[in-house]
Design a protein around this ligand. Structure first.
Ligand SMILES: [Mn+2]
Length: 331
């Protein structure tokens, strides 16, 4: 099995320590949160002290993963001391320190051992132990194998739900390229342990507000096609947020709509933020759209990436982006 020696090293760290902090990226998703909660459940079953601390609050559509309210939003004045006492810090579904938000300086200063479990490429070198599998469809998939290697008694329904939802969301409901037979065998096992595909889907995806659908209508109204119909771009402005009573996380699934248009192989979503512009990149097939994201200081996977540009404006960045994307379009 891949990562066997890393799993063994992780087991020793768990066996030999008592207090743990778990964290994931800003704007956490079901993969980051599901992975945290699955690992926390195991650590708690071993009688360990565990805190899950994230920069951002848990979004509404992930609250069902956390029935015991174990995930806390980081509060420096309340939680700083925990970083001095913690022996091990797990960093899940992220491998760039900047993506930890307010936790970054506390994590750097902490003398705790850092363990990074992730499936994103281009990792930053900050952890004593890296359990990274870029071939994994989700961090939840790595956690499934890790828990299998630890002396996890049996997957509870709660943990099966966390890992199932992590994989469901990170595979775009089992249709992204890393969805293969092995992954479906994992999913089958999770269903056998009580994960429910009907309620997971409803609890996660059917939780939109009316405002977010009105925002989607605006974003779809903004779509323009360029590069002979190969590139679809969408724009969301701060005015759109204000007038629909929504915020940035409401845009999380919009970019997939751009790829629904026949002939489109690159989708771009530009979102005006409080301090600049966020760009979401999607591509089909062999187009390495994370390379384009890197040109704008961002990162991500081959077909899905993002970048945040502070101090930039939509009017300034859109023409530059449309010019740079040209080199990624096959002629
Ligand atoms: Mn993930």
């Amino acid at each position: 099995m891949r990562l066997e020696s890393e799993f063994e090293a992780c087991k020793m760290l768990i066996d030999g320590n008592e207090s743990f902090i778990l964290t994931t990226h800003i704007h956490p998703d079901a993969d980051g949160l599901g992975s945290e909660l699955a690992l926390a459940s195991y650590l708690l079953s071993r009688g360990k002290k565990v805190r899950i601390l994230n920069h951002s609050a848990t979004p509404q559509n992930c609250l069902f993963l956390d029935p015991h309210s174990r995930v806390l939003q980081f509060n420096p004045s309340r939680d700083a001391g925990l970083f001095e006492k913690a022996e091990v810090i797990f960093i899940l579904d992220v491998n760039q320190l900047d993506r930890l938000g307010e936790l970054k300086p506390f994590l750097i200063q902490s003398t705790a051992k850092k363990v990074c479990i992730d499936h994103h490429p281009d990792r930053e070198d900050f952890a004593e132990l890296c359990i990274i599998d870029e071939e994994a469809a989700a961090t939840g998939e790595i956690l499934y194998h890790l828990l299998g290697q630890l002396d996890q008694p049996s997957l509870s329904q709660e943990v099966a739900t966390c890992l199932y939802t992590a994989i469901m969301t990170d595979t775009g409901s089992f249709r992204f390229p890393k969805t293969d037979g092995d992954l479906h065998r994992i999913v089958a096992d999770l269903l056998d342990h009580g994960a429910d595909p009907v309620s997971s889907y409803q609890d996660h995806y059917e939780q939109e507000s009316l405002g977010s659908l009105r925002l989607l209508a605006r974003a779809m109204g903004s779509i323009t096609l360029t590069h002979g119909g190969a590139v679809a771009s969408m724009v969301v402005t701060r005015g759109d947020f204000q007038e629909t009573g929504t915020t940035e996380p409401d845009t999380h699934s919009f970019i997939t709509k751009a790829l629904m248009i026949r002939g489109v192989i690159v989708g771009l979503l530009l979102t005006e933020t409080d301090d600049g512009v966020k760009i979401s990149f999607r591509s089909k097939g062999d187009i390495p759209i994370n390379k384009l994201a890197q040109e704008f200081g961002g990162n991500g996977h081959k077909n899905a990436a993002g970048a945040r540009l502070q101090g930039e404006t939509l009017d300034n960045i859109l023409p530059i982006l449309l010019q740079r994307v040209q080199q990624y379009i096959p002629t």
